[in-house]
Design a protein around this ligand. Structure first.
Ligand SMILES: [Zn+2]
Length: 353
């Protein structure tokens, strides 16, 4: 298991931030705060919370909520990744005493995480008379054939569509073409695309999506505060990501995750990472406080401006003396699902024809 954990204390409650923030249908950080508060009052006043968010949650929150998510990352209490489910379950495997707060039954993950079958560790927040209560989720073991079917469903039918065109569309990365949509500010849409009249559209705004390179060539860049992971960002083939103090298209804005003094040590255009044919290169852009390349065996080299340094798994890039670190993920970019969990498998349906 490639799970990284730095200096943050071990969590006693692992939170699935996206469904919690969307408990009432909108995305509101207040619901995360209310869940934390309710757990402290009803279950454990000394609980240590750790949250995992989908990258898409950021785009659904209001500015205040985004700021709160950033605070959680800064204080090493949260990370944001393309798809939270497997990450959340890996952390729950690593911290086996922790409770998990989610609304999901993770039926398509029960083969990979067999401890889910019959577990009593998973709690669902529910509204009762204006306050949040916790209900133990029913993780009664389900039969192997249903687990297989859930996995198949999750892989083949995003947003209720089946068939070859969907599978073909999912082989590629997509970008949103609508400049009013928040996804257009990102190099790739970090959710599965949707379909309208046979065309691939942005899942958020329904504008036509632009096809990028094949997904198999996408790499993931993992950002760390020291050794604590805070962000994981997909980098499609031929795409580039500029890291610095700026918020434009194709940029990683360090002000989201560093406090004022630390962020000030990063230049506006500090470092660029590019994906060329599935290989990732880092290029120092002439920043004030520089960038170091740390080889797998620990050798440290200062990057020269304009020279592209190849980056392999196990190597690290340290910005401004290590205020922010990044690595290449050894994992493939995972793909999220569209909640097939709630449906009934055909062999359990009681239908007569
Ligand atoms: Zn869009």
């Amino acid at each position: 298991m490639e799970q990284s954990w730095g200096k943050a204390p071990a969590p006693s409650v692992i939170m699935d931030l996206s469904p919690i923030a969307r408990l009432d249908g909108n995305a509101r950080w207040e619901l995360v705060d209310a869940t934390v508060e309710a757990w402290r009052i009803q279950v454990d006043p000394a609980a240590r919370f750790y949250g995992v968010a989908d990258n898409s949650l950021y785009y659904k929150l209001d500015p205040k909520g985004r700021q709160k998510l950033g605070e959680w990352k800064r204080s090493r209490r949260a990370r944001s990744v393309s798809w939270a489910d497997p990450e959340l379950l890996e952390l729950a495997t690593q911290f086996s005493d922790a409770s998990v707060v989610t609304t999901d039954l993770f039926r398509d993950h029960r083969r990979t995480f067999p401890w889910l079958q019959g577990t009593t560790r998973i709690w669902k927040p529910v509204f009762v008379a204006g306050t949040i209560r916790f209900e133990q989720l029913d993780y009664s073991p389900i039969p192997a054939e249903e687990v297989s079917w859930r996995i198949e469903e999750a892989n083949l039918t995003p947003k209720g569509f089946g068939g070859k065109e969907v599978r073909d569309a999912l082989r590629y990365e997509w970008a949103c073409t609508n400049t009013a949509c928040l996804w257009s500010r990102k190099a790739v849409i970090e959710e599965d695309p949707a379909f309208k009249d046979g065309d691939v559209v942005c899942p958020s705004c329904s504008a036509p999506a632009r096809r990028l390179a094949v997904r198999a060539g996408t790499k993931e860049i993992v950002f760390f505060l020291e050794d604590d992971e805070i962000d994981r960002i997909p980098l499609a083939e031929r795409a580039e990501l500029v890291i610095g103090r700026s918020r434009d298209l194709g940029r990683y804005d360090v002000r989201e995750v560093l406090d004022g003094a630390a962020a000030a040590r990063i230049s506006r255009d500090h470092l660029k990472v590019v994906n060329r044919n599935g290989r990732v290169f880092a290029e120092e852009l002439g920043s004030k406080n520089g960038t170091e390349f740390v080889a797998a065996e620990g050798r440290v080299v200062r990057l020269q401006t304009g020279i592209q340094q190849a980056l392999a798994t196990g190597e690290r890039i340290a910005l401004a003396g290590g205020i922010l670190n990044l690595r290449l993920s050894g994992k493939h970019r995972p793909r999220g699902t569209y909640e097939p969990d709630l449906t009934t498998p055909p062999f359990l349906r009681n239908e007569s024809h």
